[in-house]
Design a protein around this ligand. Structure first.
Ligand code: ADP
Ligand code: MG
Length: 348
């Protein structure tokens, strides 16, 4: 049994010169939720279509549960995967039951088991009450749920959901997340894509960050954050003399920058050992600063993502220029960019 339920090796699909996906190595562990993140046009749908056998790669290979995705294995792959496209096609003139029954028949599910399957799929998707609704009357959120039920009809072990929360209102998004979690509890492996970050952070075990067809990083949110910004962001609130407090911390080892916030608050970027960050606090207290709040800011997926894609874009631009810059100059430019995008975020 392979540990990764979904895996790709050097997966590449070119559309012309510089569009498509390039050398993608995905690793999606069995029974996990994997978030595939990237702006529009990053290559999420292209990758997903190759995984599902709907599009051929220019080079590289994809595996589902160790089985190579190719023409010969396609019938097997189709049974293993439940694929929900970004725009679910639904047949307007049918009831939800008829619609699901039609798909059940297409998967050759025996008529005597089919109706139980339909009920189970609707329940998992949180759409039981819609069984007799006309498809034409469904809202966007309802359609997504019925689309998810359709994806589940043949009880696949792997679910590949392309932007499952796209266009949904907040309530419908919460329900979609709940359905996805309960599918994981059933032992399934789920890959879902999104360009909206916060909706993924809370349910994903791992994420892959895709930018302009390239996988910039993958791992747990924390793993990625550690790679991207080794510096900690710490916020401090004091009850007296914020200016003195800021001057005090500025001189400390590992403190990269100090930025004033509202009232008695300020932020610092600390680049030293994590376990020594507490020394900043004790230094303040020894110098009669009354500290009310001292905390490491939560690693936030959106920030990580902005930093990464920002860095990648900076690099692209520099590569376009002539090679006259020294490597050290490049590294500095990058770290400046990073702190800038962080501050911009704080102001927002
Ligand atoms: N059939 C196609 N022909 C030409 N270019 C395509 C085709 N499909 C996708 N692309 C291009 O490939 C890139 C990735 O697209 P896509 O995979 O749809 O991104 P995403 O799903 O992340 O928004 C885009 O630049 C897109 O224009
Ligand atoms: Mg897409």
């Amino acid at each position: 049994m392979t540990t990764n339920m979904i895996e790709t090796k050097g997966l590449t699909r070119k559309f012309g010169q510089d569009r498509g996906i390039f050398d993608i190595n995905l690793e999606v562990p069995r029974n996990s939720i994997y978030g595939f993140i990237g702006h529009n046009g990053a290559g999420k749908t292209t990758t997903i279509k190759i995984l599902c056998g709907l599009l051929q790669a220019s080079s590289g290979t994809a595996f589902i549960d160790g089985c190579e995705v190719n023409r010969k294995n396609l019938p097997k792959i189709k049974r293993m995967i439940g694929y929900m496209p970004d725009i679910t096609g639904v047949y307007e003139q049918m009831s939800v039951w008829e619609f699901l029954d039609f798909y059940g028949a297409a998967f050759r599910i025996r008529p005597d088991v089919r109706s139980k399957r339909i009920k189970d799929a609707l329940e998992l998707a949180g759409a039981s009450q819609m069984i007799d609704y006309q498809v034409a009357s469904l809202s966007r959120g309802m359609r997504q749920k019925v689309g998810l039920a359709k994806t589940l009809i043949h009880d696949p072990q792997v679910l590949i959901l392309d932007e499952p929360a796209g266009g949904l209102d907040p309530q419908a998004r919460v329900e979609m997340r709940k359905a996805i979690r309960s599918l994981k509890d059933l032992g399934k492996t789920i890959l879902l894509s999104s360009h909206i970050l916060p909706e993924l952070a809370s349910i994903c075990d791992r994420v892959g960050i895709l930018n302009k067809g390239k996988l910039l990083a993958q791992g747990t949110v924390r793993d990625i954050a550690d790679v991207v910004h080794e510096a900690l962001s710490i916020s401090v609130t004091v009850d007296n003399d914020p200016q003195k407090a800021m001057d005090l911390v500025k001189t400390l080892d590992g403190v990269e920058s100090v930025t004033a916030g509202d009232a008695n608050q300020f932020f610092l970027r600390y680049h030293g050992a994590r376990e020594k960050a507490g020394l900043i606090l004790s230094h303040l207290m020894k110098n009669d600063i009354h500290v009310r709040w001292f905390a490491e800011n939560e690693t936030d997926l959106e920030n990580v993502y902005l930093n990464m894609t920002h860095d990648a874009e900076g690099k692209d631009k520099e590569e376009e220029k002539t090679e006259e810059k020294k490597p050290s100059g490049k590294a500095e430019a990058k770290s400046e960019d990073k702190s800038k995008s962080k501050n911009e975020k704080k102001e927002a």
